[in-house]
Design a protein around this ligand. Structure first.
Ligand code: SF4
Length: 288
């Protein structure tokens, strides 16, 4: 019998709900603290680039199957997203960073099922849609993940002062370099592997995405467990597991970036056509 049915909240449905919510909050906090303590106890120095590259080679042999774009043919099927994550947890323990743009929380969900309280990196550029910031907050409040806000060195106001207002409209490459690429590279230095939600079907530049690779630019392992998924697979997983989605996904934004650089796309249009529309730019520099 719960405390709510025997204690002061008995007979008061609202008080019972409040007590249940409080108990859930306390259980989450205790679980998170226990994880943090375990993680601190097991902390070890980051392994060398050569050691990590050897792990990548092992991963390529274990995870990639016959017909994987850009990878020599193996003699087994390509690993599933769950198998890729299981491999990462075995190889890297807690030194895992999950990148999430908060278009949806599918990738954090897939990883956190096997690595509760895993770090989820959110690039806080200062230019997000309110819906994206709301999704970030909902993920932090409802899921067993640890949100890490990755901040640029300059606030938007400081950047305006140093480089002129709305740099994104004149030089989006420089703006992305300062607000996304540099902060992410700086943060990834603490980890051995990062996990991305890049899918092969997203853009012609992404058709060769491997499940596991060495990220030369950032000096760590990169895995893409959802590489083989379609957008429908993603939505299907979200529906099956009641995963949080950014409301903009259902409002004409199949790909969501910073507000000034993202527009709605028409039905049937390339899903990434709304990113930096009218410019030559198709990637922010994180995955190239
Ligand atoms: Fe700047 Fe636009 Fe890049 Fe965001 S997407 S960092 S606003 S250029």
């Amino acid at each position: 019998m719960s405390a709510a049915t025997t204690g002061p909240a008995a007979g008061d449905p609202l008080a019972a709900l409040r007590a249940a919510a409080q108990a859930r909050t306390e259980a989450r906090a205790a679980s998170k603290a226990a994880h943090a303590a375990r993680r601190a106890e097991n902390a070890r120095p980051k392994r060398s680039a050569d050691e990590l590259r050897a792990i990548v080679e092992r991963g390529r042999r274990e995870l990639h199957g016959r017909g994987t774009p850009g990878v020599p043919d193996g003699d087994h099927p390509e690993a599933t997203a769950e198998q890729v994550v299981a491999w990462a947890v075995r190889e890297f323990g807690d030194s895992i960073a999950v990148a999430c743009s908060m278009a949806d929380a599918v990738l954090p969900h897939v990883v956190a099922r096997q690595a509760p309280w895993v770090d989820v990196l959110f690039l806080e550029t200062g230019y997000h849609f309110p819906e994206t910031s709301g999704t970030r907050d909902a993920v932090e409040q409802q899921m067993e993940v640890t949100i890490v806000d990755v901040l640029p060195r300059l606030t938007v106001a400081q950047q305006d002062e140093a480089h002129g207002k709305d740099l994104w409209s004149r030089d989006p490459a420089a703006c992305c370099a300062m607000r996304k690429v540099e902060p992410l590279t700086r943060t990834l230095g603490e980890y051995e592997v990062w996990v991305t939600g890049v899918r092969r079907d997203e853009a012609p530049t992404r058709t060769g995405t491997p499940l596991v690779t060495w990220d030369e630019k950032n000096g760590l392992v990169k895995i893409n467990p959802l590489a083989a998924w379609s957008f429908d697979d993603l939505l299907g997983y979200a529906a099956d597991h009641q995963v949080i989605l950014n409301p903009l996904l259902n409002d004409g934004y199949p790909s969501i970036g910073c507000a000034p650089c993202t527009r709605r796309v028409a039905p049937g249009e390339d899903p990434r056509a709304g990113r930096w529309a009218g410019l030559d730019k198709t990637e922010c520099g994180l995955h190239v």
